[in-house]
Each structure stands twice: as C-alpha cells, then as structure tokens.
Design a protein around this ligand. Sequence first.
Ligand SMILES: *Cc1c(COP(=O)(O)O)cnc(C)c1O
Length: 373
Amino acid sequence: MKKNASTLCVHAGNRPEGAGTLTPIHLSTAYDYREEGEVLYPRYQNTINQIVVAEKVAQLENGEAGAVFSSGMAAISTSLMAFLKAGDHAVFQNDIYGGTHFAITEELEKYGISYDFVQSTDIDAFSEKIKPNTRLIYIETPSNPLLKIVNIKAIVELAKTNDCLTFIDNTFASPINQNPIDLGIDVVMHSGTKYMSGHSDLTCGAVITSSELMVHIKKSAINFGGSLNPMMCSLLERSLKTLALRVRQQTQNAQLLAEFLDKHYAVTKVFYPGLPHHPDHNIAKQQMSGFGAMLSFEPKKTASEVTSKLKLIKPAISLGGVETTVSSPAQSSHAKLGEEGRKLAGISDDLLRVSVGIEDVEDLMEDFENALK
Ligand SMILES: *Cc1c(COP(=O)(O)O)cnc(C)c1O
C-alpha cells in the first residue's frame, strides 16, 4: 500500500487560507480580468476548486502536475490528442477499456493518425508493433476483465529506446495500489468515476504527468473543453479524503473473496493478480503495492443463474464503488465483441467480473455461497 497515502488523501492540495477544512464551492464563471496573473475561467481549469483537487490527485500519484476532467474519456481523449498529430502512429494494448477502444477506432483515422493493437501482454509483442513514427505506447494494467498484468518497467524501457511517450490507464489499481510515474510512465490517466469518487454518484477523470507535458495537455483541454465543474470538484475532493481507507478495505476483501472462490467446488477459474497461480502474480507483486479490488471468475453454473440468486450483490456496469457489484462482460462491456471476438480474448460467456466493495467480507461470501450452490 502506498506510503503516506491516507495522509495525502486528507491533506494534499488543501488551502490553509481557505474557510475551514473543505474548499468552499466557487460557482463563479466570471472573474476580474484586471487581477494580477492568468485570467480565471473554468474551462481553463484554473479556478480554485479545480486547482485544489488537481493538486491532490497529482500528489497521490507522485506527479508534478494534475488535471481533472468531466469524465475518464475526456481525460483520455484530451491527453491522446495533445500529443498525436497527422502522420503519427500509436501502439495500444488490445484489452483496454471498451470506450477507449472505440475512441481509437472511431476517431484517430479521421485525423490521419495510424495505430496498432497488441494482442498480448508480452513486451516482445509490443516491440514488434513499433514503427519509426510511433509516438506513444498505451497500456492498461490490471486489464478488464481478466486482470492481466503488463510489465510497466519493461514498457518504459521499450519506449525510451524508441523515443516514445508512455500512457497508462491506472483506473483499476487506483493511486493507492499502483503509482506508474514512480516506474517511469509519462502520463497517468484515471476514470475518476470509479475508485476516486468511490460512491457511484459522480463522473470525472484525472490526468497526472510532468509539468512539461502538462502544458500540452492543458492546451488541448482548453480547446476540447472537458473541464470538471466546481460542484463535482467538491464532491471529488470530499471522496478522495477516504480513497486510501476505502481502497485498502476493498483490496483486502478482494483477496479474501478471491481465495474463497478459488477453493469453491462450484467455481472453475478465478482471475485475480493476488492469487499465486495468476500467471503475472510475480510482476504484479513487483509493481503494485496492493493487488486491487477487481476480480473475475467462471462459475460452473451459467452467469445469469448466479446473478439472479445474489441478494446483497447487485448486477451493475461500472465499478469501484463502496458497494460490491457483479457484471457479465459477455452481456455488458464485451457484448459488442461478439462470440468469436470474446473467444479470441479468452472471455467465456459465463465469466463474472466482481467489483469488490467495503462490506463485511463474510456477508459477501455468504451471498456468493447461496448463489453458487
Ligand atoms: C470507466 C472507465 C473509463 C472511462 O471513464 P468514464 O468516466 O466513464 O468516461 C476508462 N478506463 C477504465 C479502465 C474505466 O473503467
């Protein structure tokens, strides 16, 4: 678990001159242009609620600069478009978030940007796709829904020898369980809708990088306009104060639940990086400070037989909330892939993905026990 994380969650970015312990919500969109310094305007991401929460996420990721956005996709697409131009090429891990996958296949070609997807998590497979005009390598680890792990340090080395930037979607790990900037990654992105907000009530995104690279991202952010409004900044600031507390409990519950399911007679397979038999367990151990709170498993029954019997645990897309939820990738996030596509990706039709919450783990086990038997 990240050192000092709990303290940073509570205190990082706080303004001592502010009124009380929480930053007041400044709704104003119009500021005096005669004031010293830059002109304040929310789309410029330079108003007080935005600055405070961006500073908190930057410190949580050990980055020089942070920015918050109106969604994870706003953070991701703005960051990509800040560095890619016509004629460039980019290399993407294939099993990234579905929305990101669509953004790449539906948008990049329009701007004359070419790309390749890497079907495996092996470094050699990434290396094979690199071309002289490759500008960046993009990864997401642990991945959705099979919790595959990419070796971050090896990706950074590969990028350095080929003069590319490295991007990572760190949503699944959260800043509590993995800090990619410490491993040499250039740009870290989050869907703040998930662990950062943690209560399934707010959509936002975050980017953390060096001050130098942030200049470019901020420029694109102003042009594309995906800024986060002050009310949501305040909700995010409030949520981040308990991030370490929540994620620590969720991670602990996930480990126990993974072990429980792994031993269960009605379960054929469990995917969780914290299990010693996970193929990338050793890499996960090296680069993560906790194995995260997402896991997947294949029950002997059908997915719908299991989900229909769960009482406490609700079927839901999205993840990272305080409540445990379950989803069937074949019926939700990976439905568009089709049967063939899912088979290729190793996603069985009865695979269930669990986002583990902060409940008492015995109650979660009991709910699964009743649904599985
Ligand atoms: C949800 C999610 C996103 C997209 O975030 P939004 O807030 O929905 O825009 C990106 N990456 C991952 C891994 C996600 O889970």
